[in-house]
Design a protein around this ligand. Structure first.
Ligand code: NI
Length: 199
């Protein structure tokens, strides 16, 4: 009598996970870079003096008042919420971001609240990317500006650019305020990098 071999459940799951990673290397690299940008932003926010939320750099030649620390943090929430909005448009039934869309952004936000909210957005990005495949990246997603939509990857890179610009703005504010920061606060340097952090 022949014995039926037991299904190799754990091994099958491992092989499937490896195959999924291999087939979606661009998506995974993009996801990790976005999460890294969010992590560095959280790190910088933790350096913001919570008792100076109304401070802003005074040296600007512009007559228009710059954002103060608090409103810059509120706008960073808006930047990060953009990732969730795009991913929600791409995968509307796949993850629970509906609650996040209701939350206030662009207000004067204390650092502790901003850190907590950015962690929520990071979790949202991580969860939503689980449903994204490399073949989804060129898919056109309708936006409020373009009926025919734009490729998902273009929208995600646009959001990343927005976050990066305001992350650097926060870095500049911290420097102007007198907080000791250098490029290692702005970027995550790789372990095998020979480059030393620049100030
Ligand atoms: Ni902006």
């Amino acid at each position: 009598m022949t014995k039926t071999p037991r299904p190799k459940t754990r091994e099958t799951k491992r092989v499937r996970a490896v195959n999924k990673r291999e087939r979606n290397r661009v998506t995974i690299a993009l996801r990790d870079k976005i999460l890294e940008g969010l992590e560095r932003t959280i790190h910088l926010i933790e350096l913001v003096p919570s008792d100076h939320l109304d401070w802003f750099p005074r040296a600007s030649a512009s007559s228009q008042k710059a954002l103060d620390f608090g409103h810059l943090l509120g706008h960073l929430l808006d930047s990060a919420a953009g990732f969730c909005a795009v991913l929600y448009a791409a995968f509307p039934s796949r993850h629970g971001i509906a609650g996040l869309r209701e939350l206030t952004v662009n207000h004067s936000c204390p650092p502790a609240e901003a850190v907590s909210r950015l962690k929520q957005y990071s979790d949202c990005v991580l969860g939503a990317f689980d449903f994204c495949r490399d073949e989804d990246l060129p898919r056109r997603i309708p936006t409020v500006f373009t009926k025919s939509g734009e490729p998902l990857i273009t929208l995600l890179l646009g959001n990343f650019e927005h976050l990066t610009n305001h992350k650097h703005q926060l870095f500049f504010y911290l420097k102007q305020f007198g907080v000791s920061v250098n490029s290692s606060d702005l970027y995550r340097f790789r372990a095998d990098s020979k480059r030393k952090p620049q100030t």
